[in-house]
Write a new protein. Structure first.
Length: 88
């Protein structure tokens, strides 16, 4: 089973306490926006993450999904690609 990585771009910064509940989320931020990278196993985890951001008052700008192949399934020439999610 492949896991899925999401890149989530939000306006401003994310409160530090947010990351206490999400151990597989990394962050790159500047003054204007923050980009999160989350390694998730299913859509329920994604919805939980997005709900938590909303509860903290974080403004969602973009969500991108990239497939991350299992190590045993990955061939040397394989490179995971990014696929934007459709507009709601």
């Amino acid at each position: 089973m492949s896991r899925v990585a999401y890149r989530i771009r939000v306006a401003g910064t994310v409160p530090p306490q947010f990351f206490e509940d999400f151990s597989r989320v990394s962050v790159a931020d500047d003054e204007a926006e923050t980009t999160l990278r989350a390694d998730l196993t299913d859509m329920a985890e994604l919805h939980g993450l997005l709900d938590a951001l909303r509860r903290d008052g974080v403004v969602l700008m973009e969500v991108w999904r990239e497939q991350v192949p299992d190590v045993e399934d990955q061939q040397p020439d394989d490179a995971p690609g990014e696929t934007p999610l459709p507009e709601p």
